[in-house]
Structure formats: C-alpha cells, structure tokens
Write a protein that binds this ligand. Sequence first.
Ligand SMILES: [Zn+2]
Ligand SMILES: [Zn+2]
Length: 207
Amino acid sequence: MLIDIKFGGICHLDIHQVREGWGEAIFPMVPGHEIAGVVCEVGPGVTKYKVGERVGVGCLVDSCRECESCKAGTALCAGGAVQTCNGIGRDGEPTYGGYATHVVVENFVVRIPDGLSLDVAAPLLCAGITTYAPLKQWGGGPARKVAVVGLGGLGHVGVKIAKALGAEVTVLSPSLRKKDDGLKLGADHYYATSDRRRSRSSPAPST
Ligand SMILES: [Zn+2]
Ligand SMILES: [Zn+2]
C-alpha cells in the first residue's frame, strides 16, 4: 500500500548511515525511519489497512515471516529483517526511507491513534520503540527504579515513557546542563557523572 508521508523524524542513525559510520552504505540513499503518514492507496492484496488511515513505519519494513522469531512477533528475523532505508528488500532492490513524499509498505506498519498528532508520533517509531521495548522487557513500572544514561534524543523519550509507566526515574548525564529540562520531562533525580571542572570542558553528549 502507498503511504503519503506527512512527517519524518530525524534519528542519529540516519547520520551514521549517510556517513557510512556503521559500514558500507548503499547510494543513492534516502534516509529516514521514523515515518508518520496517511494511507493513500491500497493494492488488491492489502487486507489490514484502508485509505485514509493514519499510520507509522519504523526501522523495518519486511522480514521472512516464517522463522521462530517472526512467528513470535519479534524483530530478530533469522533470515535478516529488511531495514526501512539503506537495506536490500526481499525483491533484491534497495529500500528508500522516510525523507521522501511516499513509501510503499504493508508489513511492520502500525496505526496511530486519533489522539496523537502525526508530528509527535513520528519520533516514537524509532526513539520511542527503542526505549519502550527494554522498559517493558525488564519490567519498568511502579516500585521500580530506572536510570537513563544521557538526556538526548532517546534519553528524553526514555524518561517520559519510564515516568508514564510509573517508575522512579534518574538521569545520569555528563553534566547538569540539561537538569531543568530533565526534571520538567518527569525525572525524579538528575546526577552529573563528572565533576564540575571536567563537565565544563567536556563536549556535549551526542546521544
Ligand atoms: Zn533511529
Ligand atoms: Zn524471520
């Protein structure tokens, strides 16, 4: 099905891939794996979605759908899941990501609830999932203490989700530079991992 992309989040992974920081990349490249949009066309084989539905696409667009991991609903396909961008699809063609007007995909698509605007939904498709998954796996919730290392793109989302799950949240950051923001986002505690003299000369965290 064809998705009219309304918003695409910017993730640091996009920059890694463009700079080939994680190995040889496929060019020309269209980065972007935090996609929020509206279904604008469906083919005859599409059964799960209708035209007009608000949907999101994250880091993956396909997998074998037959191995144990796929059947269990995880993203750890034994045959290698297909990345949304800078990947090779099961048809042998490169995949192009969300810094585009449209994307064609049906699997690994999620519905976006009506109460959530598409611009704020987009970053949840990578930063949100990346922090939500371990919090759920390790039982982040009431009566649990969660430490978030660094208040960056993922860290600030992690603070919000951990807090929403009911955990006591502590941010561990190289300096106290973002302490006010961290507390506003819901952190209960905020500590610097370096002393004052060192944190003045340290570069800002890139996370
Ligand atoms: Zn990402
Ligand atoms: Zn699989």
